[in-house]
Design a protein around this ligand. Sequence first.
Ligand SMILES: C[S@@+](CC[C@H](N)C(=O)[O-])C[C@H]1O[C@@H](n2cnc3c(N)ncnc32)[C@H](O)[C@@H]1O
Length: 335
Amino acid sequence: MEDLLGVNIHPSASMDGWRDRFLDAISKGFVPPIFLYQGPRSASLWERLHVQYASASQDRTAEALYRRLFEWLETVLGSGSVELVSLGCGLAEKEGQWFEVSGKRRIEVQLLDGSFELVAEAKRRRVHPGFHGEVGATVADLTSPSLWRDLARYRAGCPVIYTLFGMLPTLAPEFLIPRIGPLLREGDWLLLDANLIPDSPEYDGTVPPRIVSQYDNPETREWLLASLAELGIYSNAGSLAFHAQGSLHRSEVPRIVASFAFNQTVTVGLFGKSIGFSKERSLRVFRSNRYSVPLLTMMLEQQGIRVVHVLTSETGEDGLLVCRSSPTASLPGGG
Ligand SMILES: C[S@@+](CC[C@H](N)C(=O)[O-])C[C@H]1O[C@@H](n2cnc3c(N)ncnc32)[C@H](O)[C@@H]1O
C-alpha cells in the first residue's frame, strides 16, 4: 500500500534496503538512530522525554529562538508561496512556530521522517484551521544515498525552505553534511539547528560532564532500553552508560554517547540472521553530536554551503544557522 493514511513510503524505507543498512550498522557496533523512533512504543517514549528534556522546553530563550528565526525569515522571504521540506521532521513542532507568524502566506509542506508514527502524527497535528497550504508526509531513510539523489533532483515551482532540525546531533556529520549542499538551488533556504559547546580559548574542547548528565535520566534510559528490548537484548544482559567522546581539537566532533556493555553472551535473531554479542562487548545505542558555530560554519562552507545568519540562545547551548546555496555544491559520488 503506497499511500497509507496519506503517508507516502519512499523506496529508501523498503524492507530490503533497510535490512542491509540495519545489519551493517549492528556489525559496526551501533544501533542506527532511525530504529530508536520506529514503532508506537519507541515513538511515544521519545515524545515523552522530548517534551520533558528537549532544550527548548528547558530553556525559554531556546524556544524563543525558533520564533525569532521564523520572524526574521518572514522579513527576508518576500511575498508569495513557498515550500517547506522538513527532513527528520519528528513531530514538526519547531516548524509549527513558523505557521504562527506566516500570516496568509501559502506554504506547501513536505514532512519526511524515518518513523511512520512520528511523520503521521506530525501531519495530523500540522493540519489545522489557521494553516494555509497542503501537508504531505513521507517515510524515508535519510541514511540512504538514493533518497538524497531523489531529493537533489527535486524541483519545486517556488523557493524551498529545507529544515534539518535535530538532525546534526543525530546523523553522522561526515555522511550528512556533504549531502545537504546539492539540494539547495538559488532562492532556496536551509535552516539548521545544533547543540553547541562553548567556543572560548579557555575551553578544552570536550563535552562538559554537566551536559552529559542532562542525557542520563530515567526517561532516556527507558527509551533506549525499550529499543534494545525490541532487538531481543534485555536490560539484565548488561548496563547502559553515558559518556563524552571526541574534542573540538581532534578530527571527530565532540559527542555524547550511550553504550550498552554486555555482562553475558547474548544471541539474537535479526532478519533471519543469528547475531551474537559476546560478554564484555558493547553496542553504541545513542549518540548526540555537538558543534561550535565556527566549526559547523567551516564544515558547511567546505561543502559549498553559505551560512548567512546565526542565532544562539542565551545559555550558548543552542544555535540556529540559516544557509543558502553555493553554485559549486555537488553530490558525493557524482550522484
Ligand atoms: C532528535 S529527533 C528531531 C525531531 C524534530 N526535527 C525536532 O527537532 O524536534 C530526530 C528525528 O530524526 C528521525 N530520524 C533518525 N534517523 C533517521 C533516518 N535515518 N532517516 C529519517 N529520519 C530519521 C527520527 O525519527 C526523529 O524524528
